[in-house]
Design a binder for this molecule. Structure first.
Ligand SMILES: Cc1cc2nc3c(=O)[nH]c(=O)nc-3n(C[C@H](O)[C@H](O)[C@H](O)COP(=O)(O)OP(=O)(O)OC[C@H]3O[C@@H](n4cnc5c(N)ncnc54)[C@H](O)[C@@H]3O)c2cc1C
Ligand code: SF4
Length: 557
């Protein structure tokens, strides 16, 4: 056992933890960043190998966490139109229950942003008041204007390219970089949207359209999900963490998994216990402890950290840790365009239709959604995916179909609000444990009626856009209705004013444990109408860091 003192011990180095590290180190605070996964170097992300399409992000020991699922939801026989299918394989889930796909995430210095697509969107201000406006979900205890200056700071730090003309989301400053030009394939979707009276705009992305901050501009290889070898993608390791290390005040420890928060007698967390890659156990202390393990692992750590001061787990006095889990509500429609588009080129999601993103934009349904061209998101970037999912037949016929199809895929993704409900929560698996004997997180998930109605809208509109863009026939659809497949996960440690209904306050500070903060996607009271969450997590982290610094200056920590 060893012991070292820091101003802040941060657990998890993804969007929340990495941004917190920079947020505190910039003020001269000494930070220890503990990360369960390995450290990667962008030079490892090789897209120039023959087998590039079969290999995803480099696999290393501990690069994924383990988790289990509760009983999956029964599907409704009348909702066949929402099922996932493919013209080669038929229905992708042939059972009567929702299938288990995956919680897509990455363990490593930079967290899930190592593989993210770089979307850097702000929340719709109206989506932060779902309880007041529609009686669903919960209100954020802060407003869009509280977050706005921090959005600007996060955008400058990661280098967001975007179009500053936004009538819904007030901006106090322009994006640091101009928007990317739309790919040729996306111009077809732009035309299709126009035919339908919709608007397709450049998507704000943490992907450089010009050299910035010592990093080069993007080369439009579309492979962000396999790791960006050029470092132009604003993942947390090459932005916030690189800067935090540059202060000389931030120590990063990869392959170090925190196994317990040790609650103390005076409503403080005096120690954190972690195990390094060699199995050695360490104990550290910090004036503040920030938990940033993501919306699945954060509740797991809090719930499993039981002792006599925290018999139900740390921060779980109200029984709210793990509750209000929200997943990715998605719909994909894919077809072949009549023209050869070269649609494997570009950034993964270069444009977006915001027309239905407002929480009241879909008639009769609370919570909005958004639509985007997304060929790379559907992983239709190389010949193997075409051979398996698009081209039929054998031998000569297959070859001919491959020649005809390649580069013509056009995909629309829709993502929508996911409302919390009583049957969606994270708890500790009663049977399955990790090698340290800690129960695994169990994902319990349920898509309720309002979400199903929103999915129905998303499916109809996505098909309309695909056809209006020049596709004659759809070959594949993929849906959250019958397959859980989430890369955006939220909730589980909700922020709020009422300690009975939430886990942390508006500064992400535990209602009870005075030196404990939770800064990651788990604090979201509502998911938003399909906006990707990283920029909001980073803005929250910077705001929390400012608050911690002001408390420290006043001697209140
Ligand atoms: C394929 C993919 C594409 C995505 N695309 C986008 C996008 O375009 N835009 C966007 O905004 N979002 C995107 N996301 C989602 C985004 O990456 C996440 O929402 C975001 O990274 C969440 O931040 P976080 O801090 O909550 O968790 P994470 O970034 O997941 O970080 C949590 C970290 O905590 C570590 N950890 C967990 N437990 C412990 C422990 N006990 N001890 C020490 N460390 C621990 C993990 O190893 C991990 O590194 C995408 C995600 C995926 C998987
Ligand atoms: S598309 Fe751009 S940001 Fe994405 S991996 Fe390629 S070079 Fe990097």
């Amino acid at each position: 056992m060893t012991s070292t003192d820091f101003d802040a011990v941060i657990i998890g180095s993804g969007a929340g933890g990495g941004a917190s590290a920079w947020g505190l180190a910039q003020y001269g605070l000494r930070v220890l960043l503990l990360e369960a996964g390995p450290a990667y170097s962008p030079s490892e992300y090789r897209l120039d190998r023959k087998e590039w399409e079969q290999s995803s992000f480099p696999d290393r020991a501990r690069h994924k966490g383990r988790y289990t699922f509760g009983e999956m939801q029964e599907l409704q026989p009348g909702l066949k139109g929402l099922r996932s299918w493919n013209q080669v394989r038929g229905f992708l889930n042939n059972t009567g229950r929702r299938a288990i796909g995956a919680y897509h995430h990455m363990r490593g210095v930079g967290g899930s942003t190592l593989v993210f697509s770089g979307e850097a969107q702000r929340l719709h201000p109206g989506a932060m008041k779902m309880r007041t406006r529609f009686g669903v979900s919960a209100d954020w205890p802060l407003s869009y204007s509280d977050l706005e200056p921090y959005y600007c700071r996060a955008e400058r730090l990661v280098g967001v390219s975007g179009d500053s003309d936004d009538r819904v989301r007030f901006r106090s400053g322009p994006y640091p970089l101009p928007a990317h030009r739309l790919s040729y394939a996306s111009t077809k979707v732009e035309e299709g949207c126009r035919r339908l009276g919709l608007t397709l705009s450049p998507n704000p992305v943490a992907i450089l359209s010009r050299p910035y901050d010592g990093r080069p501009e993007c080369n439009y290889c579309a492979q962000c999900g396999r790791g960006c070898p050029r470092t132009d993608k604003g993942s947390i390791d090459v932005t916030f963490i690189r800067r935090a290390i540059g202060t000389g005040l931030c120590a990063v420890k990869p392959d170090c998994r925190v196994t317990a928060l040790e609650a103390g007698a005076s409503d403080n967390i005096p120690h954190v216990t972690y195990t390094d890659s060699g199995g050695k156990v360490h104990r550290v202390s910090g004036r503040v402890v920030i938990v940033s393990c993501g919306a699945i692992e954060t509740p797991r750590l809090l719930l499993s950290s039981k002792n006599r001061y925290a018999p139900d787990g740390v921060g779980n006095e109200s029984g709210q840790v793990g509750r209000n889990f929200m997943e990715t509500l998605f719909w994909f429609s894919s077809g072949l365009h009549e023209e050869r588009l070269g649609s494997f080129r570009g950034i993964p999601v270069d444009s977006i239709c915001w027309d239905f993103n407002g929480p009241d934009a879909i008639p009769g349904i609370a919570g909005g959604c958004r639509f985007s061209p997304a060929v790379a998101e559907a992983d239709l970037a190389g010949p193997i995916s075409y051979a398996q999912r698009v081209a039929g037949g054998w031998g000569r016929r297959h070859k001919q179909e491959m020649r005809d199809a390649f580069g013509r895929a056009l995909v629309i993704i829709a993502m929508g609000e996911s409302l919390p409900n009583d049957r969606s929560y994270i708890d500790l698996d009663p049977h399955e444990k990790d090698d340290a004997g800690i129960p695994l997180a169990r994902i319990n998930t349920f898509v309720d009626d309002m979400d199903i109605r929103r999915l129905q809208f998303m499916s109809l509109k996505a098909r309309e856009i695909v056809f209006a863009s020049g596709v004659k026939k759809i070959f594949e659809e993929f849906s959250a209705y019958d397959i859980f497949n989430s890369s955006h996960v939220f909730g589980t440690c909700r922020m709020g004013i009422d300690p009975e209904q939430s886990v942390v306050d508006q500064y992400c500070r535990s209602h009870r444990w005075k030196n404990l903060f939770v800064v990651d996607a788990s604090v979201f009271p509502s998911s938003g109408g399909g906006e990707s969450p990283s920029l909001t997590i980073e803005a929250l982290a910077l705001r929390t860091a400012d608050h911690i610094y002001s408390l420290a200056k006043k001697g209140e920590l």
